[in-house]
Design a protein. Structure first.
Length: 167
């Protein structure tokens, strides 16, 4: 179920979705750190280029429009969470968390805050398209990693919370 929050006059939206995955939490987390693989399972994502450990360049199709942005990972704790915020282009931020449920099962929860741009994105937001797109992307992630049974790679480094982002 999607959670959408809006303040009066606020153009930003928020969506939260979860999926239970039949792999250990480490496997799901390790795969998620392989950002350049996102086009295989994230709807609309055409390219993710990792600039360095903390910075990514994204290109996606949003409502038939090519959208690009750069994002900075603001916190990364192995097997627990990855938080980010955009630093240029399309405005968005979020966090993905990983929850141990059983030795071979975990829950992946994705929360994103974004600001629709233009009429098409705003109407799509009103119709709940981002929530459905997020849900289908998580389902494809589940299929991708369960079918493989192992990640395509891993980044086990830690990025401490960027306290400047919280001021």
């Amino acid at each position: 179920m999607a959670t959408v929050k809006k303040a009066r006059g606020d153009k930003s939206s928020s969506v939260t979705k979860s999926v239970d995955v039949e792999v250990p939490v480490r496997t799901a987390y390790d795969q998620w750190t392989q950002f350049e693989e996102f086009p295989h399972f994230m709807e609309g994502v055409e390219e993710v280029r990792q600039i360095d450990d903390a910075n990514l360049h994204w290109r996606a199709d949003v409502g038939g429009k090519d959208v690009e942005w750069t994002a900075r990972i603001t916190e990364q704790v192995p097997d627990q969470r990855i938080a980010w915020t955009s630093t240029s282009g399309a405005r968005n931020a979020g966090v993905v968390t990983f929850h141990h449920l059983a030795p071979e099962r975990c829950r992946v929860t994705l929360q994103m805050d974004y600001e629709p741009e233009g009429v098409a994105e705003t109407v799509g937001d009103w119709l709940g398209l981002m929530g459905r797109r997020t849900e289908s992307s998580l389902e494809r992630f589940k299929e991708f990693i369960e079918e493989r049974g192992a990640p395509t790679g891993a980044f086990r480094g830690e990025i401490p919370r960027d306290e400047r982002m919280n001021r």
